[in-house]
Ligand binder design. Sequence first.
Ligand code: MF3
Ligand code: CO
Ligand code: CO
Length: 269
Amino acid sequence: MTKHNGRLTKDGIRIHEDADFAGMHAAGKVAAQILDDIAPHVFPGQSTAEIDRIITDMVTASGTTSATIGYRGYQHASCISVNHVVCHGIPGPKTLKDGDILNIDVTVILDGWYGDTSRMYVAGNLSRKSERLIQVTHDALMLGIEAAKPGNTFGDIGNAIQTYVEANRMSVVRDFCGHGLGTVFHAPPNVLHYGRPGTGPVLEEGMFFTIEPMVNLGRPETKVLADDWTAVTRDKSLSAQFEHSIGIRADGAEIFTLSPAGKFHPTYG
Ligand code: MF3
Ligand code: CO
Ligand code: CO
Protein backbone atom coordinates (compact mmCIF):
# COMPACT_ATOMS: atom_id res chain seq x y z
CA MET A 1 0.00 0.00 0.00
CA THR A 2 1.32 3.43 -0.93
CA LYS A 3 1.56 5.97 1.81
CA HIS A 4 0.00 9.32 0.91
CA ASN A 5 0.42 12.06 3.42
CA GLY A 6 -1.63 15.25 3.41
CA ARG A 7 -3.38 16.70 0.35
CA LEU A 8 -2.54 18.11 -3.07
CA THR A 9 -2.99 21.76 -4.10
CA LYS A 10 -4.69 22.60 -7.42
CA ASP A 11 -1.17 22.70 -8.92
CA GLY A 12 -0.55 19.13 -7.76
CA ILE A 13 1.85 20.18 -4.99
CA ARG A 14 1.70 17.93 -1.94
CA ILE A 15 0.99 19.55 1.42
CA HIS A 16 2.76 17.43 4.01
CA GLU A 17 1.88 16.93 7.63
CA ASP A 18 3.82 18.14 10.62
CA ALA A 19 5.20 14.66 11.38
CA ASP A 20 6.64 14.38 7.85
CA PHE A 21 9.23 17.08 8.56
CA ALA A 22 11.10 14.66 10.86
CA GLY A 23 11.48 12.11 8.05
CA MET A 24 12.87 14.76 5.71
CA HIS A 25 15.27 16.07 8.36
CA ALA A 26 16.63 12.56 8.94
CA ALA A 27 17.13 11.86 5.21
CA GLY A 28 18.53 15.33 4.53
CA LYS A 29 21.01 15.04 7.37
CA VAL A 30 22.47 11.81 5.98
CA ALA A 31 22.94 13.37 2.52
CA ALA A 32 24.55 16.47 4.06
CA GLN A 33 26.82 14.36 6.26
CA ILE A 34 28.06 12.49 3.18
CA LEU A 35 28.85 15.83 1.50
CA ASP A 36 30.74 16.89 4.65
CA ASP A 37 32.70 13.63 4.79
CA ILE A 38 33.66 13.59 1.10
CA ALA A 39 35.51 16.94 1.32
CA PRO A 40 38.95 15.49 2.24
CA HIS A 41 38.71 13.13 -0.75
CA VAL A 42 38.65 16.00 -3.25
CA PHE A 43 42.19 16.92 -4.36
CA PRO A 44 44.26 17.24 -7.55
CA GLY A 45 45.00 13.80 -9.04
CA GLN A 46 41.84 12.22 -7.60
CA SER A 47 39.36 10.72 -10.09
CA THR A 48 35.66 11.47 -9.90
CA ALA A 49 35.02 7.70 -10.14
CA GLU A 50 36.95 7.21 -6.90
CA ILE A 51 34.98 10.01 -5.20
CA ASP A 52 31.76 8.29 -6.31
CA ARG A 53 33.03 4.91 -5.07
CA ILE A 54 33.66 6.41 -1.63
CA ILE A 55 30.20 8.03 -1.66
CA THR A 56 28.65 4.67 -2.59
CA ASP A 57 30.34 3.12 0.47
CA MET A 58 29.16 6.01 2.66
CA VAL A 59 25.56 5.54 1.49
CA THR A 60 25.78 1.84 2.31
CA ALA A 61 27.35 2.52 5.72
CA SER A 62 24.59 5.02 6.54
CA GLY A 63 21.89 2.39 6.06
CA THR A 64 20.17 4.52 3.41
CA THR A 65 19.56 3.82 -0.27
CA SER A 66 20.94 5.82 -3.19
CA ALA A 67 18.11 7.51 -5.08
CA THR A 68 20.22 7.94 -8.21
CA ILE A 69 21.47 4.37 -8.79
CA GLY A 70 18.93 2.92 -11.20
CA TYR A 71 17.12 6.24 -11.66
CA ARG A 72 16.25 6.43 -15.38
CA GLY A 73 19.26 4.21 -16.08
CA TYR A 74 21.75 6.33 -14.09
CA GLN A 75 24.32 4.06 -12.46
CA HIS A 76 26.09 6.14 -9.80
CA ALA A 77 25.50 7.34 -6.24
CA SER A 78 26.47 10.91 -7.14
CA CYS A 79 26.61 13.40 -9.97
CA ILE A 80 29.99 15.13 -10.15
CA SER A 81 30.04 18.20 -12.39
CA VAL A 82 33.48 19.69 -13.03
CA ASN A 83 34.18 23.25 -14.30
CA HIS A 84 31.96 23.89 -17.36
CA VAL A 85 29.72 20.91 -16.56
CA VAL A 86 26.43 22.43 -15.37
CA CYS A 87 24.88 19.31 -13.78
CA HIS A 88 24.49 15.52 -14.08
CA GLY A 89 28.22 14.95 -14.61
CA ILE A 90 28.91 11.20 -14.64
CA PRO A 91 31.78 10.05 -12.36
CA GLY A 92 34.64 8.60 -14.38
CA PRO A 93 38.39 7.95 -14.58
CA LYS A 94 39.35 11.54 -15.42
CA THR A 95 41.40 13.07 -12.61
CA LEU A 96 41.00 16.51 -11.06
CA LYS A 97 43.55 19.24 -11.76
CA ASP A 98 44.66 22.04 -9.45
CA GLY A 99 42.03 24.78 -9.49
CA ASP A 100 39.17 22.61 -10.78
CA ILE A 101 35.78 23.42 -9.22
CA LEU A 102 33.15 20.73 -8.92
CA ASN A 103 29.63 20.17 -7.73
CA ILE A 104 28.86 16.91 -5.95
CA ASP A 105 25.15 16.04 -5.79
CA VAL A 106 23.89 13.21 -3.56
CA THR A 107 20.35 11.99 -2.98
CA VAL A 108 19.53 9.28 -0.42
CA ILE A 109 16.31 7.61 0.64
CA LEU A 110 15.72 6.97 4.35
CA ASP A 111 12.46 5.38 5.52
CA GLY A 112 10.97 6.40 2.18
CA TRP A 113 11.99 10.09 2.45
CA TYR A 114 14.34 11.72 -0.08
CA GLY A 115 17.25 13.94 0.95
CA ASP A 116 18.73 15.79 -2.06
CA THR A 117 21.63 18.23 -1.75
CA SER A 118 24.67 19.41 -3.64
CA ARG A 119 27.50 21.81 -3.06
CA MET A 120 30.74 23.05 -4.57
CA TYR A 121 34.27 21.79 -3.91
CA VAL A 122 37.66 22.84 -5.18
CA ALA A 123 40.69 20.68 -6.03
CA GLY A 124 43.73 22.54 -4.74
CA ASN A 125 43.80 26.30 -5.12
CA LEU A 126 40.71 28.36 -5.84
CA SER A 127 41.09 31.13 -8.43
CA ARG A 128 39.54 34.55 -7.75
CA LYS A 129 37.03 34.18 -10.58
CA SER A 130 35.95 30.70 -9.44
CA GLU A 131 35.66 31.93 -5.88
CA ARG A 132 33.40 34.77 -7.00
CA LEU A 133 31.21 32.38 -9.04
CA ILE A 134 30.87 30.00 -6.09
CA GLN A 135 30.09 32.84 -3.66
CA VAL A 136 27.41 34.37 -5.90
CA THR A 137 25.80 30.95 -6.51
CA HIS A 138 25.75 30.14 -2.79
CA ASP A 139 24.32 33.52 -1.88
CA ALA A 140 21.71 33.23 -4.66
CA LEU A 141 20.47 29.94 -3.20
CA MET A 142 20.27 31.50 0.26
CA LEU A 143 18.30 34.49 -1.10
CA GLY A 144 15.94 32.04 -2.79
CA ILE A 145 15.46 30.21 0.52
CA GLU A 146 14.73 33.52 2.29
CA ALA A 147 11.96 34.17 -0.24
CA ALA A 148 10.47 30.71 0.41
CA LYS A 149 7.65 31.44 2.85
CA PRO A 150 3.86 31.13 2.91
CA GLY A 151 2.13 33.78 0.80
CA ASN A 152 5.10 34.31 -1.50
CA THR A 153 5.03 32.64 -4.93
CA PHE A 154 7.53 30.42 -6.72
CA GLY A 155 8.11 33.38 -9.04
CA ASP A 156 9.31 35.37 -6.02
CA ILE A 157 11.93 32.70 -5.34
CA GLY A 158 13.10 32.66 -8.95
CA ASN A 159 13.16 36.42 -9.12
CA ALA A 160 15.26 36.74 -5.95
CA ILE A 161 17.83 34.37 -7.44
CA GLN A 162 17.86 35.83 -10.95
CA THR A 163 18.03 39.45 -9.80
CA TYR A 164 21.02 38.78 -7.57
CA VAL A 165 22.91 36.67 -10.13
CA GLU A 166 22.40 39.14 -12.97
CA ALA A 167 23.35 42.10 -10.75
CA ASN A 168 26.68 40.27 -10.43
CA ARG A 169 26.90 39.96 -14.24
CA MET A 170 26.50 36.19 -14.24
CA SER A 171 23.66 34.12 -15.73
CA VAL A 172 21.05 31.68 -14.42
CA VAL A 173 20.60 28.38 -16.24
CA ARG A 174 17.02 28.01 -17.57
CA ASP A 175 17.21 24.41 -18.81
CA PHE A 176 17.19 22.74 -15.36
CA CYS A 177 15.16 23.51 -12.27
CA GLY A 178 14.49 22.48 -8.69
CA HIS A 179 11.58 20.20 -7.83
CA GLY A 180 9.10 19.06 -5.27
CA LEU A 181 10.20 15.97 -3.33
CA GLY A 182 9.20 13.95 -0.28
CA THR A 183 8.38 10.28 -0.66
CA VAL A 184 9.24 10.72 -4.36
CA PHE A 185 12.40 12.11 -5.99
CA HIS A 186 10.87 14.57 -8.45
CA ALA A 187 7.35 15.94 -7.98
CA PRO A 188 5.51 19.18 -8.84
CA PRO A 189 6.28 22.00 -8.92
CA ASN A 190 9.18 22.84 -11.21
CA VAL A 191 11.15 25.32 -9.11
CA LEU A 192 12.53 27.82 -11.63
CA HIS A 193 15.59 29.85 -10.66
CA TYR A 194 14.36 32.88 -12.61
CA GLY A 195 11.00 34.59 -12.95
CA ARG A 196 8.77 37.49 -12.15
CA PRO A 197 7.53 38.46 -8.68
CA GLY A 198 4.00 37.33 -7.87
CA THR A 199 3.84 34.67 -10.61
CA GLY A 200 3.50 30.91 -10.19
CA PRO A 201 1.88 28.89 -7.40
CA VAL A 202 1.57 30.43 -3.93
CA LEU A 203 3.71 28.75 -1.27
CA GLU A 204 1.94 27.02 1.58
CA GLU A 205 3.04 25.43 4.83
CA GLY A 206 3.89 21.77 4.31
CA MET A 207 5.39 22.05 0.82
CA PHE A 208 8.72 20.22 0.40
CA PHE A 209 10.99 21.11 -2.52
CA THR A 210 14.55 21.76 -3.62
CA ILE A 211 16.14 24.99 -4.72
CA GLU A 212 19.26 24.30 -6.77
CA PRO A 213 20.37 27.24 -8.91
CA MET A 214 23.00 26.68 -11.59
CA VAL A 215 24.93 29.86 -12.36
CA ASN A 216 27.27 30.43 -15.32
CA LEU A 217 30.08 32.97 -15.66
CA GLY A 218 29.09 33.32 -19.32
CA ARG A 219 25.84 32.73 -21.17
CA PRO A 220 22.99 30.63 -19.74
CA GLU A 221 22.61 28.13 -22.62
CA THR A 222 23.45 24.48 -22.03
CA LYS A 223 23.69 21.32 -24.10
CA VAL A 224 23.55 17.65 -23.11
CA LEU A 225 26.43 15.47 -24.31
CA ALA A 226 26.06 12.18 -26.25
CA ASP A 227 26.03 10.21 -22.95
CA ASP A 228 22.50 11.67 -22.49
CA TRP A 229 23.31 13.01 -19.00
CA THR A 230 26.23 15.44 -18.87
CA ALA A 231 24.98 19.02 -19.29
CA VAL A 232 27.61 21.62 -20.18
CA THR A 233 27.64 25.34 -20.86
CA ARG A 234 27.45 25.94 -24.62
CA ASP A 235 30.09 28.67 -24.39
CA LYS A 236 32.36 26.48 -22.18
CA SER A 237 32.19 29.04 -19.35
CA LEU A 238 32.47 27.88 -15.73
CA SER A 239 29.28 26.86 -13.94
CA ALA A 240 28.44 26.40 -10.25
CA GLN A 241 25.48 25.00 -8.30
CA PHE A 242 24.27 24.60 -4.72
CA GLU A 243 21.18 22.65 -3.67
CA HIS A 244 19.15 22.34 -0.48
CA SER A 245 15.97 20.40 0.24
CA ILE A 246 13.59 22.57 2.28
CA GLY A 247 10.17 22.50 3.89
CA ILE A 248 7.80 25.42 4.33
CA ARG A 249 6.70 26.37 7.86
CA ALA A 250 4.41 29.22 8.95
CA ASP A 251 7.38 31.55 9.41
CA GLY A 252 9.57 30.49 6.48
CA ALA A 253 11.76 27.69 5.18
CA GLU A 254 13.30 24.92 7.22
CA ILE A 255 16.45 23.49 5.58
CA PHE A 256 16.57 19.67 5.69
CA THR A 257 20.10 19.38 4.27
CA LEU A 258 22.10 21.70 6.52
CA SER A 259 25.75 20.68 6.87
CA PRO A 260 26.22 19.10 10.33
CA ALA A 261 29.76 20.58 10.37
CA GLY A 262 28.81 23.97 8.90
CA LYS A 263 30.85 23.20 5.75
CA PHE A 264 28.25 23.84 3.04
CA HIS A 265 30.36 26.55 1.42
CA PRO A 266 33.84 25.32 0.44
CA THR A 267 35.66 28.20 2.07
CA TYR A 268 33.72 27.79 5.36
CA GLY A 269 34.94 25.42 8.08
N1 MF3 B 1 20.08 15.02 -7.61
C1 MF3 B 1 19.67 15.55 -8.89
C2 MF3 B 1 18.67 16.63 -8.59
O1 MF3 B 1 19.01 17.55 -7.93
C3 MF3 B 1 19.11 14.51 -9.80
C4 MF3 B 1 20.11 13.56 -10.27
S1 MF3 B 1 19.34 12.36 -11.21
C5 MF3 B 1 20.63 11.44 -11.76
O2 MF3 B 1 17.50 16.59 -8.92
F1 MF3 B 1 20.10 10.38 -12.26
F2 MF3 B 1 21.33 12.16 -12.62
F3 MF3 B 1 21.41 11.13 -10.73
CO1 CO C 1 17.35 18.09 -6.83
CO1 CO D 1 20.41 16.94 -6.40
